[in-house]
Write a protein that binds this ligand. Structure first.
Ligand SMILES: [Cu+2]
Length: 139
């Protein structure tokens, strides 16, 4: 009697539990938060003095000016307030500055002009030019 040995192929299917290798969580050697300290800029902007006109005053009283000389800077603009304390009309004329301003009795008026080139110029009341006159010096 012969025995035939059968090939028993035992297939062992090993069920390998594939342990999911935990993905290595590498340390994120990333950026360290750099704290930049931003110092608040102190705004020390002091308001520069506003330019604008230079204010002058002149008063007529008793058919005379209270001031007979002015010193101006060439190229600067000026506003002159003329006050008339008399009851009659007066006038401020400064030809070199193209100013010619009447002022009624008891009133006041403003006139704006630009100082001309350096020099010495007359100003006067055109109604009383000999009594009411003065000199404007421009430098
Ligand atoms: Cu006058």
């Amino acid at each position: 009697m012969q025995r035939r040995g059968g090939l028993v192929i035992g297939v062992l299917v090993g069920v390998l539990a594939l342990a999911a290798a935990g993905c290595g969580g590498g340390d994120n050697s990333g950026g360290s938060a750099s704290a930049t300290t931003a110092a608040p800029a102190t705004t020390a902007a002091s308001a520069a003095g506003g330019g604008g006109d230079n204010e002058l005053t002149l008063t007529a009283q008793g058919t005379a000016w209270n001031t007979t000389s002015f010193d101006l800077k060439s190229g600067s603009s000026y506003t002159l307030e003329v006050t008339n304390k008399d009851s009659i009309e007066h006038n401020f004329t400064f030809a070199a500055g193209k100013a010619n301003q009447d002022v009624e009795g008891g009133e006041d008026a403003k006139v704006t002009f630009t100082a001309p080139a350096a020099g010495s110029y007359p100003f006067f009341c055109k109604y009383h030019p000999t009594a009411m006159k003065g000199t404007i010096t421009v430098t």
